[in-house]
Design a protein. Sequence first.
Length: 72
Amino acid sequence: MRFPRFAEKAREVVEGRSSLSSIEDYRELLCGDCPFYHQGEEENLECGSFLLLKSWLEKGALDLEKLLDALE
C-alpha cells in the first residue's frame, strides 16, 4: 500500500476508534506518509496540500471510506 499511515489513521476514524478532533489528528492522517513530517517534533508548518485536504475533510467534500477504497 502506498500510504500506510494514512490508511491506518483513516480506518481508525471510519471504525470510530479515533477522531479528527485536533490538529494533531489531521497531521497524523494527512502528513504521516510525508518524508518531511516527523511526529513529535515541535515544528508546526503546514503545507498548502495539508490545508486544502483538511478543509475538504472538515466540509465533508472528501469521504474517508471512498479514499480507503481507492487505495486498495
